[in-house]
Design a protein around this ligand. Sequence first.
Ligand SMILES: *Cc1c(COP(=O)(O)O)cnc(C)c1O
Length: 390
Amino acid sequence: MSIKELQQGFATKAIHAGEDPDFREGATGDVVAPIHLSTTFAREKVNVPTAGYEYVRSLNPTRKALETKLAALENADYGLAFSSGLAAETTLLTALLKSGDHIVAFDDLYGGTKRLFNNIFNNYNIDVTFVDATDVSLVEKAILPQTRLIWIESPSNPLLKICDIAKIATLADAHKLVLVVDNTFLSPYFQKPLALGADIVVHSSTKYIGGHSDVLGGALLLNNPDYYEKLQYHQNAIGAVLSPFDSYLTLRGVKTLALRMEQHQQNAFSVAGYLLQHPKVKKVIYPGLESHPQHALAKAQSTGFGGILSFEIAGNQSDAKAFLERLRIIALAESLGGVESLIELPSVMTHSSVPKEIRKQVGITDTLIRFSTGIENVSDLIADIEQALK
Ligand SMILES: *Cc1c(COP(=O)(O)O)cnc(C)c1O
């Protein structure tokens, strides 16, 4: 049996894929992919790059190890690693679209993705129509003759709305459109959009994949060889690549993804349960709760609900600020997906650029709080929340 055939389980792949020890003559059998800092690779013959390597931007062995591992985790044929999630997104858009093309996108996307569409690609005559993609008929209605791409995220941020990925994939297929799914929130451990029919998966590996709030990165995972060739060409031409050192940190972080995601989720359930019974908490949004309007869909298309939850506390924005500023263990910070718990106030922090009327319309109230549950002892997290709510 080949090594690849033996690497079946998610945790096994997270630890071993892309890092099989090299026993060839002169190699040292490292169990961890070495950090190859060399920016160029010498060759013996003018026409033959050594082992396919020419120059660090085009390809580097440490980045390649990470790309192989991330592809294995999404059950994808191909993977590419970028210097950030937004670098991955930019490369995708430039590789697959041209001036005059149109995108249909979920109106509850990550703010940075919206900014990229509205303030950058807009200048290159690429238009976007934002729709509530939880209703597939609205996605269909927004498709124009020049539409090339559908872009969704599920669960969304910070309202944790769920899109029916398989239904939207069927629609994309019927109209010959590329379906892109940002899978950052659940990670490949809990959700595999390619298996549900998506064409390209996007990750901000800064979040759960890296997992330790110490490395910025992004990735694209896919099965289509033509798209892969285009993306690889654009990645090299644009230069949005992940550095060897950051590739190493991400490789190191992702090895524990399975363990971490299980603990994030277990802690999220416990915190959600605590918040639900607290008199000062008005509402708890977590896809794992039966009270979540799309709980059944979340359960059907994912193998878990992740570690992010949102909740609304009674009172006004000052009460929400006072609560957040009283927390001692839980860090008041943007970002998510790290081992440490991170909490924030979307109306003032991550989503302050969304106009107030729109925030109100979609449900991002002044006291809505987003919590990225870490993997600390949950009793300590609950005690921190309890003292801060007093
Ligand atoms: C953070 C994030 C991004 C952007 O990734 P960066 O690594 O910060 O560039 C994209 N999508 C989602 C859902 C994110 O949370």
